[in-house]
Design a protein around this ligand. Structure first.
Ligand code: UT7
Length: 342
């Protein structure tokens, strides 16, 4: 219900508080190490470790696509929650590497997991894809429209990487994560989201070929337009500034500061970006989760994979105040604050 006041303000009443009730992740078993990359391009384990913090990435075998990873992650989340797929009313998939332009990966996931009766769509927000899917899922439950929704972040970045370009091929890996979102039953719930897009950064990180601007042709293939193009330093500078700014803003407007955060779950793009942002927030290393060494940058997969790593290490407990921050192609910026509920 919306209450309108005479001064133009309004208040939303009867909103349901919402929680993440289960988490599932999946990475393909095959590994691509820095030493493997040394044999493919002019690079070194030392350079990659020092400049990015990445040691290895999981990559798909030929024939495996984003929906395959998303399905595994979704099934793991449903198993953890102990509910059948038919209980899910909507599915939102953050991805920039859909199986194909259409139908949406959400449709493929819906069919493969057997979520009969569910609806959904894909969200293109690159590295902020999971956070944007999460907010979408939360809003549908918060409004009372749905009871159980799946938010997924999944990417097969290796499908759009040029393995002759050492500046991009060392960064990315493949992976997926999914959460079940439903009404909260106690004080552990989603507190706030703060999102922003800035299209002036579109030319800093993009894939030029295959869309309506440059439809696929022999020429687009010859010009390597179906690969990730990146101005690494521009993305780096923007990410450091905006991850910290968005985090500071969301904490401040909810009456918190960096010292209240039990776990900072940043998008895993580069260890140096994470440490710079954390430094600005005054967060010590024992309250930051970094697993980029193991998975690289899996784009929409990084945040659920990082939450899973934290849980695995016993660093994510019920009631913990969790801060998520992401920056991705677009540019897209995302920050989320919540208390861990499962
Ligand atoms: O999720 C969002 C996705 N993207 C990002 O977050 C990317 C953000 N940017 C970055 O992480 C960093 O900018 C990179 C890791 C991409 C690059 O690191 P950098 O420290 O900014 O390197 P640079 O681009 O300034 O290049 C320094 C040198 C260059 O050589 P010269 O011109 O100084 O001779 C590069 O050619 O390092 C060279 N270089 C490499 N050398 C060995 C670039 N990539 C490599 C490599 N191995 N893989």
């Amino acid at each position: 219900m919306i209450t309108l006041f005479s001064n133009g303000d309004f208040e939303l009443a009867n909103l349901v508080r919402v929680k993440i009730s289960a988490l599932g992740t999946y990475v393909p078993p095959r590994l691509l190490t820095n030493f493997d990359l040394e044999k493919m391009v002019e690079t070194s384990n030392d350079w990659i470790m020092e400049r990015t913090g990445i040691r290895q990435r999981h990559i798909v075998d030929k024939g495996m696509a984003t929906s395959d990873l998303a399905v595994e992650a979704a099934q793991n989340a449903l198993k953890e929650r102990g509910i059948p797929a038919t209980d899910i009313q909507a599915i939102f998939v953050g991805t920039v590497t859909p199986d194909m332009f259409f139908p949406a990966t959400a449709c493929l996931v819906q069919d493969k997991i057997g979520a009969k009766g569910a609806w959904g769509y894909d969200i293109s927000a690159a590295c902020s894809g999971f956070v944007y899917s999460l907010q979408t899922a939360v809003k549908f439950v918060e409004s009372g429209a749905h009871q159980r929704v799946l938010a997924i972040g999944a990417d097969v970045m290796t499908s759009i990487i040029n393995y002759e370009d050492r500046a991009t091929c060392v960064i990315f890996g493949d992976g997926a994560g999914a959460v079940v979102v439903e009404p909260a039953t106690d004080d552990n719930y989603m507190i706030d989201f703060l999102h922003e897009i800035d299209g002036s950064g579109a030319c800093s990180l993009y894939m030029p070929g295959g869309g309506s601007r440059n439809p696929s042709s022999h020429e687009t293939v010859d010009k390597k337009m179906h690969y990730v193009h990146q101005d690494g330093q521009a993305v780096f500078k923007y990410a450091v500034r905006k991850m910290a700014e968005a985090s500071e803003s969301i904490l401040k407007r909810n009456g918190f500061s960096g010292k209240d955060v039990d776990l900072f779950v940043p998008h895993q793009a580069n260890r140096r970006i994470i440490m710079s942002a954390a430094d600005r927030l005054g967060l010590p290393e024992d309250r930051i989760i970094i697993n980029i060494d193991e998975f690289g940058n899996t784009t929409a997969g990084t945040i659920p994979l990082a939450m899973e790593s934290a849980r695995h290490q016993g660093r994510l407990k019920k009631g913990d105040l969790v801060l998520i921050a992401s920056v991705g192609a677009g540019f897209t910026v995302g920050a989320t604050l919540f208390r861990w509920a499962c």
